[in-house]
Write a protein that binds this ligand. Sequence first.
Ligand code: GDP
Length: 219
Amino acid sequence: MGACSRSHTGWPWSVGPLTRESLDERIQARFLKSAPTLAECPDDGVAEVAILGRSNAGKSSVLNQLTGNRHLARTSKTPGRTRLINFFDTDRGGRLVDLPGYGYARASHAERHVWQREVERYLEARDPLCALVLVTDCRHPFHAFDQHMLGWARAAALPALVLLNKADKLAHGARTKCLRDAERFLREQPHTQAILFSAATGDGRKFLIDWLSERLAAG
Ligand code: GDP
């Protein structure tokens, strides 16, 4: 077993009071490297949390919100890097791993096939991988892509956090319903939790940072 156990059961995490300091808190992250295949990923066993999402769900905006570093998400969107596994060192000990090409609608079928195989090998066999963050658009979550990802998480016994992003676009009642529907949808999915999130306003950031910090410190 690598940096962290995949059979972790730690729900629920306490979020704690929102102080000025915690509201301002970010995760410091710095680009480490891009790997085109599983074989070229770092081999030092440092804990990893992968972040995934269909294009346009807001993954780059979530990374910006989380780190306060616009450059970081731009790094992953650089042409050439969208087909790579991108690693970012963090000040929490572990690494964030961005898989920008996964769910990327504009790739050709053949390209997608090759890329998908590498990413699936990464998700299945990568020992330091502790958890997944799945970014969805709360107005239409649980697309085939999202369900596919959650299937992988379940098969690999990986804890997952589903961000119901763009929650600022919903009225109060619709937000409550969205969360309730997601919780119902995830009832059979072990170690998986959904939260309302807004990369635009920062809603949910504190929870996400606590969740990630706990995972990233596991190494
Ligand atoms: P990515 O393709 O998943 O990396 O998505 P982006 O982060 O580039 O976001 C796609 C679009 O959604 C952009 O126009 C963002 O400004 C917008 N967006 C992302 N997150 C939010 C959010 O929480 N609220 C709102 N209102 N817009 C968002």
